[in-house]
Write a protein that binds this ligand. Structure first.
Ligand SMILES: [Zn+2]
Length: 154
């Protein structure tokens, strides 16, 4: 089932951990519509510019989210967020491109190590029913704990 011209529901709900645990991870209709808005307004423009977007994690139902230790308030659980990468492109560069070109709610450069282009990933969310906050953060692990600082780190 296509959510937008180049993104399917299947790739937005896929989880290898979920598959292994036998979790079907199917979104309710409002969450499916939120995924569609995320695809249309964020993922499609990125794909149009770079030709490909890899979705590492999109929707997480409550069961899957608990299993992967996600925050209960995670926008992944609402279908509003995806963790993405582009092969061959530094995740820091991807985050800065999104910051410069797109409307989004929250943009987080996660676990990125400058100098190691493939390290980390980009978390991006989009709200279709409420105003988008346009908030940028960088997340790094400090003493075993995910720590957030404002802005996209250079
Ligand atoms: Zn995420």
């Amino acid at each position: 089932m296509n959510l937008s011209p180049h993104f399917t529901l299947e790739e937005m709900i896929k989880s290898q951990s979920g598959d292994r645990a036998g979790i079907d991870n199917l979104p309710l209709p409002p969450h499916r519509e939120a995924l569609r808005a995320l695809c249309l307004h964020v993922l499609e423009p990125i794909r149009e510019c770079f030709g490909v977007v890899i979705v590492n994690s999109g929707y997480r139902g409550p069961e899957l989210n608990r299993m992967v230790g996600g925050a209960a308030s995670s926008q992944h659980c609402l279908g509003e967020a995806a963790d993405i990468e582009i092969p061959g492109m530094a995740n820091g560069d991807l985050a800065r491109w999104i910051e410069a070109h797109l409307e989004y709610d929250q943009l987080i450069l996660e676990c990125y190590k400058p100098g190691i282009p493939s390290s980390g990933w980009v978390h991006v969310s989009y709200k279709s029913l409420k105003p988008n906050r346009k908030q940028e953060l960088t997340a790094t692990v400090v003493n075993g704990k995910m720590t957030y600082t404002p802005g996209i780190a250079k």
